[in-house]
Design a protein around this ligand. Structure first.
Ligand code: HEC
Ligand code: HEC
Length: 307
């Protein structure tokens, strides 16, 4: 696919690339004294200054001109073989992205032996292997820290991975699934069915679930609204549901804040939160070691007897 949004830019670049070469050839041709064999190698304009400063008019040396024409031929050949003339891809079908991909594959092949030792180990065991932990941390810093923080404790809508509170489950299998396939946390918007005042009452009830200060008069109608609209995902007690990625609302761990305003915003407009899938970016081996590293953060003491 071309990166240009309009085909105009493809022609624009094509004209500049080919036009530049054509211009060089025309320029050389217009100065074609070098074609003649009887050129005075020291063309003299006849201008003399200060008695002994003579202005010469040497023609361009022939070797230089031939070299320049040769460069034009090389340039045309490169533009024929490689991308350069607008959206034309070149006969070699070369692309920088393909080159990077090939280099990555070669590198993955090269580092395979390092991961071999972990392939047969249970994840709980990999989590406490010193070498795997080092690799896991480096992978995390390079691929995950920009969202989850370098200490994996998250911030804002990016969840903390070092506590034992899980949106999608904290077993090694669930974490592996999260990292491999990604997750899409979606809290539906309710503004078409819930009025702002009613949402504020529900927010008071949600705050009471978390043990936060709440208005006891508004908690009663709030509970009615909660039981109607929210139990399906967050559960009757507000403890959430990892199968749906619905957070526990009772634990005072908040992605979007616990103020009435923040909760009302969540209820009325919903929330969308995407964890990008890593398959295709990282290898299976890398994802397994990362899974172990993440799992180990909240299971520091579950040491497993080594074989
Ligand atoms: C672009 C930002 C981004 C990057 C990069 C990212 N994540 Fe996430 N991750 C998220 C978001 C957002 C969520 C929450 C999804 C939700 O709300 O359901 C999440 C959720 C998770 C969860 C589930 C947490 C839970 O409570 O169930 C795990 C585990 C996780 N990420 C691990 C990783 C790992 C390991 C990496 C690096 C390979 C990574 N993430 C890279 C944004 C990111
Ligand atoms: C279809 C399932 C579903 C329903 C129904 C639902 N929620 Fe949610 N809710 C979610 C999911 C999933 C998330 C997490 C969004 C994310 O990952 O960012 C969420 C997030 C939240 C949050 C943010 C928690 C935090 O940590 O900041 C609050 C508050 C909340 N919901 C309250 C409610 C209330 C109140 C209702 C009823 C009006 C409701 N939800 C109905 C699925 C649901």
């Amino acid at each position: 696919m071309s990166d240009f949004v309009s085909s105009f830019w493809s022609y624009f670049i094509g004209v500049i690339a080919l036009g530049g070469i054509a211009f060089c050839v025309i320029l050389l041709f217009s100065q074609r004294a070098w074609l003649k064999s009887d050129v005075d190698p020291l063309g003299n304009t006849g201008h003399v200054w200060d008695g002994d400063l003579t202005e010469l008019n040497n023609p361009i040396p022939r070797w230089w001109t031939v070299m320049y024409l040769g460069l034009c031929v090389v340039a045309l050949a490169v533009l024929f073989l490689y991308p350069g003339v607008g959206a034309y891809k070149g006969t070699l079908e070369y692309s920088a992205a393909k080159q990077v991909k090939a280099e990555q594959l070669a590198l993955n092949e090269q580092i395979k032996p390092v991961f071999q030792r972990f392939q047969q180990m249970p994840i709980a065991e990999v989590a406490h292997d010193a070498e795997a932990r080092e690799i896991g941390q480096r992978l995390f810093l390079n691929n995950c820290a920009q969202c989850h923080g370098s200490d994996a404790r998250g911030s804002g809508s990016f969840p903390n991975l070092a506590d034992s509170d899980w949106l999608h489950g904290g077993s090694p299998e669930q974490i592996l699934q999260t990292i491999t396939k990604g997750r899409h946390g979606m809290m539906p918007p309710w503004s078409s069915q819930i009025k702002p005042a009613e949402a504020a009452d529900i927010a008071q009830y949600v705050r009471s679930l978390a043990g936060l200060a709440s208005n006891s008069l508004r908690v009663v109608p709030g509970k009615r609204g909660y039981d109607t609209f929210c139990v399906a995902c967050h559960g009757a007690e507000g403890k959430g549901n990892t199968a749906m990625g619905a957070p526990n609302l009772t634990d005072n761990v908040w992605l979007y804040g616990s103020s009435e305003a923040a909760i009302v915003e969540t209820i009325l407009n919903g929330r969308q939160n995407v964890m990008p899938a890593q398959e295709g970016i990282l290898t299976e081996d890398q994802i397994r070691v990362l899974t172990a590293w993440v799992w180990g953060l909240s299971n520091p003491n579950k040491r497993v007897a080594t074989k």
